[in-house]
Design a protein around this ligand. Sequence first.
Ligand code: GDP
Ligand code: IMO
Ligand code: MG
Length: 445
Amino acid sequence: MPGIVIVGAQWGDEGKGKITDLLAEHGDAVVRFQGGNNAGHTIVRGDQEWKLHLIPSGILYPGKRCVIGNGVVIDPRVLIDELHALRARRVDVSGLRISANAHLIMPYHLLLDSAGEAKLGSLQIGTTRRGIGPCYADKAARLGIRVQDLLDEKILKKKIVAAMEPKRQSLRPFEKDPALDLHTMTEEYLTFGHQLEQHVADTSKLLWEMLDAGKKVILEGAQGAMLDIDHGTYPFVTSSNPLAGAASVGTGIGPLAIEEVWGIAKAYTTRVGAGPFPSELHEEMGETIRQRGGEFGTTTGRPRRTGWLDLVALRYATRLNTLSALVVTKLDVLSGLDRIKVCTRYRGPEGAVFEDFPYHQTVLHHTTAELMELPGWSEDLGECRTPSDLPDAAREYLEFIAEQAGVPVALIGVGPGREQVLWTEAGRQTLLGEDAVAVSGRSAL
Ligand code: GDP
Ligand code: IMO
Ligand code: MG
């Protein structure tokens, strides 16, 4: 029953889309299990670039089974647009299946997300304003509208009325917004239902049958561990659990079906939106990394905050996910730096030292990164095709990361392209089942 989970091990945008697309070649299904169109996953194939927000990153393989699991929140308008855009580029989307239990983002969720942020003023979270938080809030309050409700006009109308009732006060400023008119909304969502109906299925059963038949299922996370609503930098987090544990609940497959958990991390750190970021670079180096790495949001276009690799956060993400391997992306971005810094621990007020991620928010807000220097390299890495092509200093950097995280590096990213991913022995052995000498930590490269 080989289920493999791909998760972000930082604050999102680690390169999950690219890695999922790459691994999908060896898988039978690709499944999203949480988040919504707050995600922006980029895939580069040759001179073509794809930006996916809701549809799993396996869709570029003709006929590949792609599933939007029950844990995802779906804005049907965005999903339909994404399907249209893919069809227009001659992508076969017939393999897509959508869980009937997934919750829907409604027009009032979008309005409430923006209004909530405006109200917070300088304390705002910096959400993507896609209605994610309000939609998950309704799900928990049992006021959500689900995909299956689109297929029953009477129920849909009743549920919309029930969901809007407790929001009357907060929606008052938008009273005249035509998007909130009950009749218009119901009609529009029924139309969405007709357009999506062919893709709606019992995806939990479908996935179970695939796993039971020995097929390989790839579960594609969105966001990253540090944005997890339970374990991340709350309240500066998203409203779902981007951790591997959620892959089971968010798809309806049991946890024992998951054999591998691969965490994706950049060779440095980025974050979009507000919240603590101990290893953040405010000086020129931060801008250098932003420009070289093209660190601007896939979904909102916002400049990403940048910083050195945070090993305290990475060790935390490794533990929370029980990562079996790491994928280090964007190593190429660090070429040309004399020295590379990494954050190995945090320093708090009065000299306190934190090897582990502090559980208390106030403490975390007052920590600074303790940095260690490692030798850099000048070579361009874009043409490297195996780990042995890398300069010694780059290999040593990866070995240091693997040792600190306590898990082997399986793949290394040296550019946005598909061919710019280097497989280590650990990666080949785990995913491709190739024979290799026992590998772990240092020897993985
Ligand atoms: P995701 O949300 O985790 O899928 O990541 P995004 O797509 O939002 O952001 C990652 C960005 O980095 C995209 O523009 C990718 O094309 C790009 N990328 C991924 N891996 C690498 C890499 O190894 N090197 C470089 N230079 N770019 C990469
Ligand atoms: P991918 O899957 C990076 C961030 C937002 C904000 C916080 C809450 O592309 O890695 P939300 O709209 O979810 O309520 O916003 O979470 N955020 C992301 N940051 N990558 C993402 O997705 C993100 N999805 C949400 O910037 O700080
Ligand atoms: Mg992204």
